[in-house]
Write a protein that binds this ligand. Structure first.
Ligand SMILES: [Zn+2]
Length: 105
């Protein structure tokens, strides 16, 4: 167990450095752009995945790459967060969004 400690600490350090790098880079070079809720890559450098939950209304909390790696159930938290942040007065839209995500839209 003791021999794993340096490896674990190194992985944690890399994760923290990567997160800090992403936040500083977004603030300096990509301000004003929306970003993926999972990887935080901004829409000027990555393509968003648009989920149409009505014929004329969609949302894009995830980039195409993150969306493809997740299952519908593991996507739901990102869509819930998007709804809470972008339409706090419309929680009744959740069933429509949940249904669209479950269908793989
Ligand atoms: Zn992403």
């Amino acid at each position: 167990m003791k021999s794993f400690l340096p490896v674990i600490l190194t992985l944690i350090a890399f994760a923290l450095i990567y997160t800090l790098h992403r936040k500083v880079s977004n603030a300096l070079f990509h301000s004003g752009f929306g970003a993926c809720a999972k990887c935080e890559r901004t829409w000027d450098v990555d393509d968003e995945h648009v989920t149409w939950f009505k014929s004329n209304e969609g949302c894009f909390p995830l980039c195409q790459s993150c969306w493809a790696k997740l299952s519908p159930k593991t996507r739901w938290p990102y869509y819930r967060k998007w709804l809470q942040e972008n339409k706090p007065n419309n929680p009744e839209q959740w069933p429509e969004i949940e249904d669209a995500v479950a269908k793989g839209l």
